[in-house]
Design a protein. Sequence first.
Length: 393
Amino acid sequence: MRLPIYLDNHATTRLDPRVLEAMMPYLTGTYGNAASHSHSFGWAAEQAVETARAQMAQLIGATAKEIVFTSGATESNNVALKGVVETARQSQPDRPLHIVTQATEHKAVLDVCGWLSRQGCLVTTLPVSAQGLVDLDELRRALDDEPALLVSIMAANNEVGTMQPVEEIGVLCRERGVLFHTDAAQAVGKIPVDVARAKIDLLSLSGHKIYGPKGVGALYVRRGVKVAEQMHGGGHERGMRSGTLNVAGIVGLGAACALAAGEMAEETVRLGVLRERLRTKLLAGLERVRVNGSATHRLPGNLSVTFQGVDSESLMMGLKDVAVSSGSACTSASIQPSHVLRAMGLSEDDAHSTLRFGIGRFNTEEEIDFVAERIVEVVPKLRELSPAWAEMT
Ligand SMILES: *Cc1c(COP(=O)(O)O)cnc(C)c1O
């Protein structure tokens, strides 16, 4: 076993060596521009991109023509939300620009909604239950109170692993002629996601969350849905995203998708077993420990745990051979408690006592046992020094 142990697979994942192998030719000899149609260098690059597009489409039940390559899920979310609003402004100027989202979205959705709201859109942000689930009755009410253009609700949460009922949400949206966008960066490649079954119109995903490279992602755009371009230029990607394609990155994303499609079922079982092993050991070894999120609607590799009376920053410091996160990577630079945990009703103190374990493809049982033992050893020591703990007990 090598130290440190990486248990932060929601922040990013290690590039699978098989993905790197698929990418290598496109980082070296096969360097053509996929938009160069006059010679074999360009043709080879274009062919590789189209293979990746098909691999990507197959994983989510789409057709290749519906895939737009981007730089990642942040960009995909921006293009989806801003592109839909811009299209509506141009083609249906009388339509109310109402967007419905929910409180535990990634900042790459919430911040775009904040910006759109400053541009005059009406944004409804639905609350979540203690498990982090949106209430379908509340969604129905929001849509019936004020006709909406778009619903943006994530497929799976990056902090607590809660999986939203996308198939039911898709039905509610389709019945009302509302577009349904889902940020599926944590879901695609981990759990089955089928854009036809869930009636998804727009879906964002990212390469580096599925053992592919960073800086590449995709937006699925259902045939017939119009999304105004946010990056103007050469008209690449059917005019929806200009810029020379990141050929090696796209090849890597395609390879990552193909691997996920083939190994998902087996991997889900393996990660679920490791997660339960960690959970059981922590709950057996420590008092006042709580698991956050849904027990049933949960990503297999996710475990979010509140260690009451312990500051998560001190705990991480005490676990110096273990890479975990105290919240979403994108907000951990600030000392704000996680908006996800707060939305689920955790107190500020509990939110500051929470660690997120992200178990992934390359973790082993030996690593899980090591981490569990370290935590069971360190937490009581930290509690001995904690005034908050003294008050609690
Ligand atoms: C990581 C992540 C993103 C951002 O993806 P990038 O490709 O890093 O831009 C967006 N949404 C969720 C749910 C994520 O987990």
